[in-house]
Design a binder for this molecule. Structure first.
Ligand SMILES: NC(=O)c1ccc[n+]([C@@H]2O[C@H](COP(=O)([O-])OP(=O)(O)OC[C@H]3O[C@@H](n4cnc5c(N)ncnc54)[C@H](OP(=O)(O)O)[C@@H]3O)[C@@H](O)[C@H]2O)c1
Length: 348
């Protein structure tokens, strides 16, 4: 069994596990490099990006985009090509590859015995590949046992907008969620770097994000294990970081605002992992919050889903949420999934 006989637990007990970051120069890759710099469980031993970067250092080659300090200890690390790392892969790979490349490369890694924790959509839901959020559906990690590879496997995290929505809705499952209407206001970092042209987005909104609404519908059902009717509308907005979402949902039970706030306040992960906040959801009563300006706040920064603007109209409740798309909705989610795996195999 992969969870019990994993080579990773046997070989590296008491040490940091060597990992590689694929797509380390991009928006999500930069968050990986920042979050992994002082991580207690992982040690970055190789990084990949486009072939042009081969042999160039992280400091010299990457245009740092995050509102957090550059990870100095990675500055002299040189980029390898994907092929070079595939020839001798480390036990764990964090993937921030474009979806068009991810399916083939992540499959090759899993075939070679690597545990892949991916942000890309290519493998989500395929061949027993879980779409995992530790606080919401940790039991789905067991699906890796059914994957066809002997020791390697792939775990994905959800699309960034889905991650915020699923985390906010998970504690409300006990009230019976009848349907969900969600409008998203998604920051430009969600399109990667260089991403959306300034000329297209400055002073403007773009009411279409390719495949985003389909992903929200498909992935929310897979994560919550419920076929709830979902009506999403996704808009790209000229904000650097953080996706805001306004939600209206109908619940089966009779519920008060204080019941809902209590559900969010008492919602916890099954186990506290190094990259998870004590409570994944934080309610803000200030009517002007949550705002994307809060994206890199909380502890650890960027990992809390902020909720506010709770209101009731008939059987429906409405609220607004904020998720940091590149931290909680991407790299931080993948790191937390790897931490959950190591916790479950008793590595720490
Ligand atoms: N941004 C978000 O909010 C977000 C949220 C959730 C999931 N995701 C997913 O995460 C993945 C990464 O997104 P991102 O926003 O970080 O994209 P990005 O900024 O465009 O970064 C893409 C990365 O892939 C590398 N890459 C591109 N072509 C390559 C090739 N042929 N061979 C090897 N490496 C190559 C790039 O290297 P170069 O810089 O050298 O080209 C870069 O490091 C995507 O699958 C995306 O859908 C993104």
């Amino acid at each position: 069994m992969k969870l019990k006989n994993s080579v990773y637990s046997a070989n590296y007990k008491g040490e940091q596990i060597p990992v590689s970051v694929f797509g380390a120069s991009g928006m999500v890759g930069q968050v990986f490099m920042w979050m992994l710099e002082k991580h207690p469980l992982f040690r970055v031993v190789s990084i990949t990006a486009g072939e042009d970067r081969r042999g160039r250092s992280y400091r010299e080659s990457v245009k740092w985009q995050l509102p957090v300090p550059f990870p100095e200890s990675h500055g002299n690390r040189l980029f390898s090509t994907v092929e070079e790392v595939l020839a001798a892969p480390p036990p764990i790979v964090f993937s921030a590859l474009p979806a068009a490349l991810a399916g083939e490369i992540e499959t090759q890694l899993a075939e070679n015995g690597t545990a892949v924790f991916s942000n890309a959509s290519a493998m989500r839901g395929k061949q027993h590949v879980p779409i995992l959020i530790p606080e919401v559906n940790s039991e789905d990690l067991n699906r890796i046992e059914k994957q066809q590879w002997e020791t390697g496997f792939i775990v994905t995290n959800a699309n960034c907008a889905t991650t915020g929505l699923a985390t906010a809705l998970a504690p409300l499952r006990s009230f019976g969620i009848k349907d969900v209407f969600v409008s998203t206001y998604q920051s430009v970092s969600g399109a990667g770097y260089p991403g959306v042209s300034h000329l297209d987005i400055a002073g403007n909104l773009i009411p279409h994000i390719e495949n985003e609404e389909e992903k929200i519908k498909r992935e929310l059902a897979a994560i919550l294990h419920q076929n709830i009717p979902v009506y999403p509308s996704c808009v790209r907005v000229p904000v650097p970081f953080g996706h805001l979402e306004t939600v209206w949902t109908a619940l089966e039970g009779k519920v008060t605002a204080s019941d809902l706030r209590e559900s969010w306040a008492t919602f916890h992960a099954p186990a506290l992992l190094p990259s998870l906040p004590e409570t994944p959801v934080h309610y803000l009563s200030d009517p002007l919050q949550p705002q994307p300006a809060l994206s890199f706040t909380g502890s650890p920064p960027g990992m809390t889903v902020f909720i506010g603007r709770l209101k009731q109209q008939g059987e429906r409740i409405g609220f607004t949420l904020l998720v940091n798309n590149i931290v909680r909705g991407a790299a931080g989610g993948a790191i937390a999934n790897a931490e959950l795996f190591l916790k479950q195999i008793g590595f720490y």
